[in-house]
Ligand binder design. Structure first.
Ligand SMILES: Cc1cc2nc3c(=O)[nH]c(=O)nc-3n(C[C@H](O)[C@H](O)[C@H](O)COP(=O)(O)OP(=O)(O)OC[C@H]3O[C@@H](n4cnc5c(N)ncnc54)[C@H](O)[C@@H]3O)c2cc1C
Length: 634
């Protein structure tokens, strides 16, 4: 592409991504870098003010441990996460994030985020770990602090990071392209911190036709973290642990406030409460079936059993919950006031973070205080910071991690100089927005330390840069060269456009890897067939074509998704059991095997051979006392 300018940027620490983890990393890395006269640069595919999963705002901060109040301990949080993940978690990472998360929340408040307070001036909790916020501008507030810390000249927006730049098996930077101008970017750095979020649209979404593109997880996070770390040769963990949220149907509105704050019930069409009628099923998943709160995947599972038995739709009983709360007020005038307050809270919950759910309610004449609203299990997502766990296998903190989990700098992947946070780092779920920010801060500091102690200039050969440039820009050439071969730009014997490619990927994953149409169920034969089809799709990736920069980004997003898909299918195949029913069910191996599979299932794509390696890694309890681990569901 002769008319493409190559822009080279040299820096000490490069942060890729501009979301919660990246903004946390920016604040901390900038502080420590200044002390050592180092430069920190951040690059985001979008505009940092409104990028990532928090773009639209949130109505709650989901991780606040409240260590200072003395109500919760680190051990409480670790127990909660371990149980929710059916025993598979890195306790060192969860505890490390939990001991730093409160300070991130206090920073948000200092920077201007309104956090709800009660009359005594205490934070209003949605649940044990969640705080209610007026969060429409949450991301703007967090971004402003990051921008102030880094300085605007060190931030590149609307640059799509496509691949890592390597110096042998050490990271040397990243390459990508502007989605607005004909510019190919080559960032060279001593340390790179990956925080490009998780992945959506790997599986076919429930939404189709005019709703296409609507998903619980924002469509702009497309597996770039997984692709980047895999291509750098990093070991990955928990790639089988996808997340399926149960949300208000079709617009994916949040259910947290309804379950936790309004204490609503969910029932099937017959009015039965599946959490009660299906309770005995929990005995099949002990010890986790007996813990409180019941793990998210098991709650999903009980509802799914009702759906499989033809007892849908499943409803959130909003009318019942609002009535119960307002009836509790005896004075009629006060009761009326309370009712109004509850109605407005119900709508604001959506308006703060999922505006389209409010629009759908309005469009379907849904009055929450009068009738119930449908909820449903969404398609699977990869979001290691929420209730999934997929991400890179990273080194733990020196004071907490056993030798098996520690190989140097905290949050460094198994590739020298490559750091990960938020959705990009694995086995430390339930960090959410605040924990991702806190993890970003720790990882950012660690990356600066690496750059100080490894001062050699980053080196990447010209041949490597040229080859990457050619490969990354190829879809533009392909379109240019072949567009005349047919009259319909979408149908051409020489190329495939991004949408058709994505549909193929989603169909494979949906039907063979346990998506919505397969009732989240799969088996060895289906997975093997899926692998075969993914192999053919991979061959066709070199035929992707794009008429402009926007579609070039779409092409690469789908390549990134495809790699996330492959890591997932390989790991679901490798783990010979069903551990997370409600997320996926192996019909050929329908029960949990604690003896052989209470371990991490890790994988690695080996750059020198192009082959995949699969390996088990041990679960090492840190917070449970002897004998207590199993009782806690460990
Ligand atoms: C629907 C939904 C609801 C949620 N609700 C809550 C809640 O109520 N409370 C709570 O605390 N948490 C909530 N979370 C979790 C929270 O949003 C995430 O934990 C957090 O945003 C993860 O931070 P991150 O930095 O890893 O990813 P993100 O914040 O998503 O940031 C990813 C960044 O990477 C950038 N990026 C992606 N690809 C590229 C690329 N190729 N090149 C350059 N940049 C790229 C994006 O533009 C973005 O800036 C929710 C998440 C979702 C999806």
């Amino acid at each position: 592409m002769a008319n493409f300018e190559t822009v080279e940027v040299k820096t000490d620490v490069l942060i890729v991504g501009g979301g919660m983890a990246a903004c946390g990393a920016a604040v901390e890395a900038a502080y420590w870098a200044k002390k050592h006269n180092l430069q920190v640069t951040m690059v985001d595919k979008a505009a940092v003010d409104r990028s990532g999963a928090v773009a639209m705002g949130l109505s709650a901060i989901n991780q606040y441990v409240g260590l200072k109040d003395g109500k919760n301990t680190l051990k409480d949080y670790v127990n909660y996460v371990r149980n929710d993940l059916m025993g598979i978690t890195r306790e060192d990472l969860v505890a490390d994030i939990a001991r730093h998360v409160d300070s991130s929340v206090h920073l948000f408040e200092k920077w201007g985020l309104p956090i709800w307070k009660d009359e005594a001036g205490n934070y209003v909790h949605e649940g044990r770990w969640q705080l209610m916020i007026n969060g429409e501008s949450y991301k703007v507030v967090v971004a402003e602090a990051a921008k102030n810390a880094l300085g605007i000249d060190n931030i590149y927006e609307r640059v799509f990071i496509t691949a890592p730049l390597m110096d042998g098996d050490k990271i040397a930077g990243a390459v990508g392209f502007s989605v607005r101008e004909n510019k190919f970017y080559v960032f060279k750095a001593k340390a790179v911190l990956v925080a490009m979020g998780g992945a959506v649209h790997v599986f076919k979404p429930r939404s189709s036709g005019e709703g296409l593109g609507r998903a619980w997880y924002p469509p702009w996070n497309a597996g770039s973290s997984a692709y980047f770390t895999l291509k750098a040769g990093a070991e990955m963990t928990c790639q089988e642990v996808r997340f399926i949220p149960v949300r208000f149907k079709d617009a994916y509105g949040p259910v947290g406030a309804w379950f936790l704050l309004f204490k609503s019930r969910a029932t099937n069409a017959m009015g039965e409460e599946y959490m009660q009628t299906r309770r005995s099923e929990l005995q099949n998943w002990l010890p986790y079936g007996s813990v409180k709160p019941i793990p998210a995947n098991l709650r999903n599972w009980l509802g799914m059993l009702d759906v499989k038995d033809g007892k849908g739709p499943i409803y959130m009983r909003t009318e019942e919950a609002i009535k119960k709360l307002s009836d509790a007020v005896t004075d009629p005038k006060e009761r009326k006031k309370k009712l109004k307050e509850l109605e407005s809270e119900a709508w604001e919950d959506f308006l703060d973070m999922t505006v389209s759910q409010a629009i759908l309610w309005a469009a379907t004449n849904l009055v929450p205080e009068e009738k119930p609203s449908e909820i449903a299990a969404a398609e699977p997502y990869f979001i290691g910071s929420h209730s999934g766990a997929s991400g890179a296998w990273v080194s733990g903190p020196e004071d907490l991690a056993p030798p098996e989990y520690n190989w140097g700098y905290s949050y460094m992947a198994t590739v020298s100089g490559l750091f990960c946070a938020g959705d990009a780092s694995g086995a430390s779920s339930h960090k959410f927005s605040s924990g991702s920010h806190a993890e970003g801060r720790i990882a950012g500091k660690s990356a600066v330390r690496y750059a100080v102690e490894n001062p050699d200039e980053p080196h990447a050969s010209e041949a490597q840069v040229n080859a990457l440039r050619e490969e990354i820009l190829r879809p533009l050439d392909t379109y240019e060269r072949h567009q005349g071969a047919s009259t319909d730009p979408d149908v051409n014997p020489n190329y495939i456009r991004h949408k058709s490619f994505m549909f193929r990927l989603q169909k494979i994953m949906d039907e063979y890897a346990g998506g919505v149409s397969a009732q989240f169920t799969t088996n060895r034969q289906l997975l093997e067939k899926g692998m075969e089809l993914l192999g053919l799709l991979k061959e066709d990736a070199s035929k992707l074509a794009a008429p402009d920069l926007h579609e070039l980004m779409r092409c690469w997003e789908n390549v990134h998704r495809m790699w996330q898909a492959e890591a997932h299918v390989r790991t679901v195949l490798f783990r010979e059991e069903t551990r997370w029913p409600g997320y996926y069910y192996r019909a050929d191996l329908p029960s949990m095997d604690q003896e052989n599979w209470k371990c991490f299932a890790n994988c690695r794509w080996v750059p020198s051979t192009g082959e995949w390696e699969m390996m088990k890694r041990p679960i090492i309890p840190i917070y449970a006392e002897a004998g207590e681990h199993e009782l806690l569901g460990g």
